[in-house]
Design a protein around this ligand. Sequence first.
Ligand code: NDP
Length: 970
Amino acid sequence: MRDEHFKVQMFRFVDVLASLHRGGEIVRHLDEYFTDMRNGFAPLVRTGVQAAKIVPWISGQLLRWNVSGMARQFIAGKNPHDVMKTLRKRRAKNIGFTVDLLGEAVVSEREATEYAARCLELLEYLAGETQGWIDQLGKNSELFPVVNLSVKISALYSQMNPADPADATAHLAPKLRPILRRARELGAFVNFDMESYAHKNITLELFKTLFTETEFHDWPHVGIVIQAYLRDAEADLFDLIDWGRARGTRFTVRLVKGAYWDYEKIKSSQNGWNIPVYLQKPESDVNFELLTRILLENEKNVTSAFGSHNVRSIAHAQALADQLGIDRSRFEFQLLYGMAGPIKRALVEMGYRVREYCPVGELLPGMSYLVRRLLENTSNEGFLRAKFSENVSEQQLLRDPRELLNGAAAPSATSVTTGDRQLPDGASVDVPPGDTYENASLVNFVYKENQEQMRAALRQMRTQLGKKYPLVINGEKIWTGKTIASFNPSSPKEIVGHVTEAGIPEAEHALEAARSASKQWSRTTIEERARLLERAAAIMERRRYELSALEVFEVGKPWAEADGDIREAMDFCLFYAQQMRLIGRPRLTQHVPGEESYQHYWPRGVALIVAPWNFPMAILCGMTSAALVTGNTAIIKPAEQAAVIGAMLMEIFAEAGVPPGVLNFLPGKGSIIGAHLVDHKDVNLIAFTGSREVGLRIWESAGQTRPGQLQLKHVVCEMGGKNGVIIDSDADLDEAIVDSIYSAFGYQGQKCSACSRLIVLEENYRRVMQRLLSAAASLRVGNPEEPGMTVGPVIDKTAYDRIQEYIEIGKSEATLAFQRKDVPAEGYFVPPTIFVDVTPEMRIAREEIFGPVLSVIKVRDLDEAIEVANSTDYALTAGFFSRSPGNIERAKAEIVAGNVYINRSCTGAVVGRHPFGGFKMSGGGTKAGGADYLLQFLLPRVVTENITRHGFAPEETPQYREEFLWPPKR
Ligand code: NDP
């Protein structure tokens, strides 16, 4: 398939087909996927679709039948009984098997238990059916049991979290032991398959832990996978070999290249992680050969299974084994069912041991597996494609991958436009830096070192709890004698810190300081202000774990959520610094002879920053850094519940060198000092994020002009949401369930972006609910000091009581479908709760609850779904899960929300990538982390000069000029 677009459409269509049951639906999708095709296939497809429209029922059936046929090529059987037919045929050809159970992704413990039961059942069946089968080679057969089961570890525990290997082992080991025990009794072999990088370390640890146990330590018929495309592969293999040697019993390593290459690259790029895989295909091939050598050189302790279709990789293993004097019967080649038949035949003829990797499962639900295989078959770099469809010469196929490596171009680094450019109008070559922004990275808790650092930070932070923090006004620390205590919501007896409480006199003092500092700060260069933000970001990076640990204690954030908050704060600093450099310099408005007009910006003056507790560092820092970089001075009023984190932000900016008075830290009661400053004639700008109630009050108050007030107040106002997620009838439920559950219950539903209404089309309502409820029942709820928790405590007693009240309202209005029972008794833990039979006018469907409570609304069709989604006062975020291109386009056009997310979670906006904020009662339409956010903090100004003297004017006027500052600063 040379046409990339056609290929993508084809695979996507195959992927959705399993969820389509009616002929009309199948034809509609076919139409949507293919009719806009502008290539050689177009006339063919158009005719096909036209024909299908005439008899949709028959065409639908025909298509399903055809695709099932395609699936049958790669799936060895629908069920154990079916697969045995295949295995018998293969046996006649001297090909062995390992079976792998296909199915949907496991999203709940119920599904994980079902998978474990299916594994056991399959083992029993295969052992029964293969009795009397003897080894194909009749030599060294004790190393290679006939029955061989490949187990997907992620299918045995739905809550596997890379940050918490101990928890994973604690849940996986009990599910695996019965399978292993029975396999051993039956004389079978069990292989642990390797999946994405996020699960790799856990899988390796689990393997070593289980097979060191007394019961299994002398069992040789166990194997694990090493993926040669991983940079870690060599170290992991040596570690395994050392372990195996110490264990004193053989084991097997299946060496493969790896099947998640695209996924790993995408995921790492999105999170700013080092890419764990080699970027060039020949690098994996080279590594495969290196690992082959290591394996064969350690043949005494480890049995090798080479999983490759690449004749060069295979030939290399053969040659090396010969060289080392290893008999052909002591290792094996593993190839995928349905692929590379001639290679398998040749290997058998040459006297090698060959095993097929045989997926077993229903054909249509196994589509995602099929798509992966099809992609592998047709990928441009795939060996199979080269071998079987492009007739590449033998010499080329057997070429040493090192040669290709040397010749290959180095991977291109993402380029950032920084250089000078000639503008099309020739006006100026002087342009500001480019607008590509590279985000700060998240901490990757896959790595043990990072887990250790977080644990150490938590221990260290515990010793700091209870400290006192001053106000900071005009660069001075001030203690008023009154303090506000901040509590740990997981353990309310624990005081995180005492923050000095400001009253009205301190508010006046802070305002005075901010006003006097304003003159100087507004005249500081953009570059200097941008650098202040960059230094602050660097300090956050240095103190990253400490700050995350503080968030765990003060606001109950799970590890990854806390880290995400610090990353976002860093991003705000770095992004706004870059944006200010982009927009800040005076810019020519128009090229006109004889006159130059430059537009530029002045700060508004004194900014009051009022922040909520739920993204305690990010939101506070975002609004503050925007105010400072634009030349405003600021007073920050953190939320009481997160005041210690506010104090940290002040510390960070002080260390970064913010001049006295430019930033003033004023914790206290919002209703007293917040309200006082909001109403104050000398406050020019209010940046607020918080509840609708307070936001509207601020909006209204700012509209009044007080005696002596010299400037109109500007309000940046971000408020709550009642965010709806629609699940279309053809949605990929593996994705939709996991993402909806995370959107609704991640950080206990206390994100303004959280999903609180799930709108489900009746066609797949039953299936959605079945999977949703068991997924909710499987969530990890508990103290977020433990790694890998999804649901922790809500912020305080007031929130706890309010949410409980809403749960009672829900019980009276709708039907309680699910509520967790096992939440910790201490701390403000609200059990994740799901209501069904909810209708749009109910209070639980309209009011922001801000806790782990989800309302499910069943709708007839997409028309009704969109109507319901848009039927609230709010318009913050929304989600849509669908595989219909037409419906996706419609959702993009019609869903009313500031941030519309398609086929992904509706939380987790990234600075620069997803400018964040809503409208209607969710906010004033500003976008934090977006290109135009800083304009909210600025006043535009234009300076025009007639540059004609006696009829003569310069021919060129620069596009940008230096800032208007006097005396000029160079
Ligand atoms: P609140 O509105 O209760 O508090 C926000 C801030 O306003 C706090 O610092 C509070 O101080 C202060 N405040 C309270 N009363 C006044 C007043 N009269 N005048 C001035 N300031 C006042 O919100 P929460 O902290 O509870 O945050 C949760 C809310 O924030 C949710 O509604 C959520 O949806 C929304 N939110 C919106 C986001 C968005 O981007 N749209 C992002 C994050 C949250 P004190 O702590 O002393 O009461």
